[in-house]
Write a protein that binds this ligand. Structure first.
Ligand SMILES: [Zn+2]
Length: 313
């Protein structure tokens, strides 16, 4: 490495312009998160301990996850209700917002869709970063599963989050192969200083703490109350073996007052046409020869292409 390279400050790689859809407008999403009086409860369910549930969330509504008895982490998956090939993409979301997400962050979908599926509009945890560099609502890790459990502990267990999610989506026509990397709500995680190894800490959530997602498109959601409970007891390693403290979590879906949605538009899927250089010349042009295209607002109304929501406010 040259002196010039080592002196150059690092900066985030994935940055948008001033009107980038990476940024959720505070004038639109602030009132959606704050004006809870005008909401109408559409659906309520409780996910029992060590279980999974799946439910639908119409575009333009809010889904709230609430701690009701004690601390508990929740593993969440999201799909487009109309095309389950479109699903939450934790890695790209992490590149946009960091390893943990809170109010104003958006959960993005995979390729070739690449649009915000949901926007975080409330988070009572407001955890920030602690002395270990850990944060809350984890995008670093993924769900626990019976395969890694058998690998690490040599025991078979059928109620890890991967299995809970699998059972939850069967009635929606999905299978184990549709389960994907999650957002771990209420989960405190980080990477160790020395080796950048993933660690988890006890969940500090209290009764009444909640986390809310505004649905940008019609969604199917599925979530698992992790059998690790509040993660105070390690699942693997020399200190494992104790029974975790597990608690249920409440899920509510709220219809919003139309006045909150006047300027909201359900997002289009990504506008790239999918050429992929399939009819390319023999000599491939450099990146700086990229062809300018008219900028399309990802949040503009419409989006009738494959996988669009079909649900307008
Ligand atoms: Zn789990």
């Amino acid at each position: 490495m040259t002196d010039i390279e080592s002196a150059r400050p690092v900066s985030p790689a994935y940055l948008g312009g001033p009107d980038s859809p990476l940024v959720a407008s505070s004038s639109l999403y602030g009132p959606i998160g704050h004006d809870t009086q005008s909401r109408k409860l559409q659906r309520e369910l409780v996910i029992p301990v060590r279980s999974g549930r799946a439910w639908t969330v119409p575009a333009g509504s809010v889904c709230r996850f609430t701690i009701i008895e004690g601390p508990q982490v929740l593993d969440l998956n999201l799909w487009s209700l109309h095309d389950p090939r479109e699903r939450f993409w934790a890695a790209r979301t992490r590149q946009f917002y960091g390893a943990h997400i809170s109010t104003g962050g958006r959960l993005w979908s995979n390729l070739p869709f690449l649009r915000p599926m949901a926007t975080v509009v409330a988070d009572t945890m407001e955890y920030g970063r602690d002395g270990d560099g850990a944060g809350c609502h984890d995008l670093l890790g993924t769900r626990c599963d019976p395969y890694v459990n058998q690998l690490l502990a040599g025991t078979a267990y059928d109620f890890h989050c991967h299995s809970n999610l699998t059972r939850a989506v069967l009635s929606h026509g999905l299978t184990e192969f549709d389960i994907h990397d999650v957002i771990n709500i209420f989960q405190i995680t980080g990477l160790t200083d020395k080796d950048e190894l993933y660690f988890m800490k006890s969940c500090p959530a209290r009764v009444g703490d909640h986390f809310e997602l505004f649905a940008e498109i019609d969604l199917l959601m599925a979530a698992s109350t992790c059998p690790g409970g509040d993660l105070a007891v390690p699942l693997w390693g020399p200190d494992a073996g104790g029974e975790p403290n597990c608690n249920p979590i409440k899920v509510e879906v709220f219809q919003l007052d139309e006045s909150l949605l006047r300027t909201w538009r359900s997002p289009h899927r990504a506008s790239y046409l999918g050429g992929h250089g399939l009819s390319a010349p023999n000599v491939h042009p450099p990146l700086t020869a990229a062809v300018p295209v008219p900028r399309e607002d990802v949040t503009s109304r419409g989006g009738a292409g494959s996988g669009s929501s079909g649900g307008q406010p």
